[in-house]
Write a protein that binds this ligand. Structure first.
Ligand SMILES: C[S@@+](CC[C@H](N)C(=O)[O-])C[C@H]1O[C@@H](n2cnc3c(N)ncnc32)[C@H](O)[C@@H]1O
Length: 255
């Protein structure tokens, strides 16, 4: 089935498409203290809640949001028109890996929250974002981390390898290899994770009963129920999630 349709169905109840609370996200937005005219780039913007909230808070910023999903881009464009129509935001429906800014080192905040596969993982993401960020800028990434060693059965069930993710400590340390100092982390609580996962079960089951003749009903329910089992059996205790806030060009932070 079309992966964008699957993601749209399973995330139709979500505002943020990652396991973070809106309260913690708002705290981050306050801490970022963007200057008038700041330029923001968000790769894999999803439904755009982060960049829209940034524009609501920092009215004079300009922003570019990129996502490969036509459903997400349609939704974020609607949000832009209804919530901050005067904000200078533009949205591109494209593969983030293909995006090249006109000028490197031109964004004051570059973010990629929950889509590091675009750049081959956490290290590749920091490397790519670093090149697009101005000498004194924020780099914000969202990434899973191992809370303890994963069981082989769990890795098989979710189709990842042990080396796909690091520990929380390693996710911070990788920044240092790039001359990036982590100045803050937002770590999801068990409750944040349970909401993120549970809303997918709810969305899939209610969508299936409202669309019984849709050819994808069985696929959606099978995948979501398998993911639910893996989460409850292993994931809930094994996998963590955090948003890492790095500063480029902090004291002693040259590459
Ligand atoms: C887990 S969601 C995170 C969305 C958003 N950052 C958030 O936190 O709400 C992952 C997002 O990555 C997008 N995505 C997946 N592959 C992509 C690619 N190659 N280029 C751009 N976006 C991509 C998906 O459409 C989805 O919106």
């Amino acid at each position: 089935m079309d992966m964008w349709k699957f993601f749209d169905i399973t995330h139709r109840e979500h505002i943020l498409c990652n396991p973070m609370s809106l309260e913690k996200l708002d705290q981050l937005i306050t801490l970022l203290r963007l200057k008038p005219g700041a330029r923001v780039l968000e790769i894999a913007t999803g439904k755009g809640e982060f960049i829209i909230r940034l524009a609501e808070r920092y009215r004079q910023m300009t922003g570019t949001g990129i996502d490969f999903s036509p459903y997400c881009i349609a939704e974020v464009r609607k949000k832009h028109q209804t919530r901050v129509p005067d904000a200078q935001l533009s949205f591109l429906e494209m593969d983030g890996a293909e995006y090249l800014p006109e000028t490197l080192e031109s964004f004051d905040l570059v973010a990629c929250i929950g889509a590091s596969w675009i750049y081959g993982g956490h290290r590749g993401t920091l490397n790519a974002l670093y090149r697009m960020a101005t000498p004194e800028s924020w780099i914000v990434v969202g990434e899973p981390y191992w809370r303890h060693e994963p069981e082989g059965e769990y890795l098989q069930a979710i189709g990842v390898t042990r080396s796909d993710f690091g520990t929380h400590y390693q996710n911070v340390e990788v920044g240092r290899e790039h001359g990036l100092e982590a100045v803050y982390t937002l770590v999801s609580s068990q409750d944040d994770w349970d909401k993120y996962e549970g809303l997918q079960w709810y969305a899939a089951e209610t969508w299936a009963s409202d669309h019984q003749n849709d050819p994808d009903v069985e696929t959606v329910l099978k995948r979501v129920r398998e993911n639910k089992t893996a989460y409850l059996r292993w994931g809930r205790e094994t996998l963590g999630w955090a948003i890492y806030v790095f500063r480029k060009g902090g004291y002693g932070g040259s590459k």
